[in-house]
Ligand binder design. Structure first.
Ligand SMILES: [Fe+2]
Length: 358
């Protein structure tokens, strides 16, 4: 259990819509056992770090399932909250979370990873253990979940969400979509995770302490079968968000601008994916036209750190722009660098799966 600290505790009774009121007769007729307890409970930040969105699943899985969401607003900074969710037909266990501090010297601790599924999730145990010990303030999962959430009538997604409940019910679990979420126009991703920015949005930004964290979809560059509008919309949104983050009053409060997305602009693996392409789509934009390239945009707005995943291998790059290193100095490459530096993360979870498809 998370260690309780000397702060105010509150219990939220988050009541879901009573969708099952008319169902008891069906239970008796067929004698079936249904599971009405909330499950797959997870939380995320709302429009700011003092809002927490609770999401859980419930109801029998047939052709559809019920996903419930409640937003808890105006929470007290640096406070410990206890909550559960459910209805007259069943309640979840008690979970808890700590809200972000509003102290100017607060240094949040984030666990950042991508490409984690049900199979071979080597880091999951450590994450579960450390999350329960209260080491982290939030999670960033940089795309690719479950392998895949839509598989087996979405039961693979359900199993994954149950597995991460011991992390995600206690810590804001912030995400971006990866290529493995593509099926049915990313519907499993959009329905299961409630990020800031609204249901149909793939991108958001949020201030966490001194960091302005921007989450984008690199997949809008690759799955143009869903149209080019999401790409244009995201690029336009991103430029506005970066311009706003760079206003002197904002950059003073959040000097670190961090962008996360699934597919890297640079990588050195010798696969037949992006790494062997000199001009990755996200880096230079659309083929031939080179519209909407991200590298120039992130460079122009002095982004500090880029976090990518997808490759299932760890690489950290020096500050780089257009294949040129822009270290601050030889001795201290990351102090006052002249370009973003890059951490294409990732661990070796699901290695067997990735060999089939990254
Ligand atoms: Fe991927």
């Amino acid at each position: 259990m998370v260690e309780k600290q000397k702060t105010k505790e509150r219990v939220f009774n988050v009541v879901c819509i009573h969708l099952y009121r008319e169902l008891p007769a069906l239970w008796n007729i067929y004698g079936q056992v249904f599971w009405y307890q909330p499950e797959q409970v997870h939380i995320s930040y709302g429009d700011n770090v003092y809002e927490i969105v609770v999401t859980w699943n419930g109801g029998p899985l047939k052709k559809s399932q019920y996903i419930h969401t409640v937003k808890l607003k105006d929470l007290t900074p640096d406070s410990f909250y206890v909550y559960h969710c459910g209805s007259d037909y069943g309640w979840s266990n008690l979970f808890s979370f700590r809200t972000a501090s509003n102290a100017s010297d607060w240094q949040p601790h984030l666990a950042i990873f991508g490409d984690m599924g049900n199979e071979n999730a080597q880091s999951l145990v450590r994450l579960q253990e450390e999350a329960q010990r209260g080491i982290y303030d939030a999670i960033l999962h940089v795309g690719d979940f479950a392998y895949d959430m839509d598989s087996d009538n979405a039961e693979v997604g359900d199993a994954f969400m149950r597995q991460i409940e011991s992390i995600a019910a206690y810590l804001p679990y912030m995400t971006c979509p990866g290529n493995h979420e593509e099926m049915y126009n990313f519907s499993n991703y959009r329905e299961r995770f409630n990020m800031p920015g609204g249901h149909d949005s793939y991108m958001f930004s949020i201030n966490i302490g001194p960091m302005h964290i921007i989450s984008i979809s690199t997949e809008v560059y690759y799955f143009l079968n869903y149209g080019i509008k999401p790409l244009i919309f995201q690029y336009d949104w991103l430029e506005k968000d970066l311009a706003n983050a760079n206003l002197p009053e904002n950059r003073e409060k959040q000097p670190w601008i961090i962008v996360m997305g699934h597919r890297p602009m640079y990588c050195s693996n010798l696969n037949h994916d992006d790494c062997t392409h000199y001009e990755t789509l996200t880096r230079v934009g659309l083929p031939f036209l080179h519209f909407f390239g991200l590298e120039q945009l992130l460079y122009n707005y002095a982004v500090d750190l880029e976090i990518w995943a997808h490759e299932h291998s760890y690489e950290r790059l020096w500050p780089i722009y257009n294949y040129t290193v822009y270290n601050g100095s030889y001795e201290q490459p990351y102090v006052n660098p002249q370009a973003p530096f890059i951490s294409p993360l990732v661990r070796q979870d699901a290695r067997r799966v990735e060999r089939i498809s990254q």
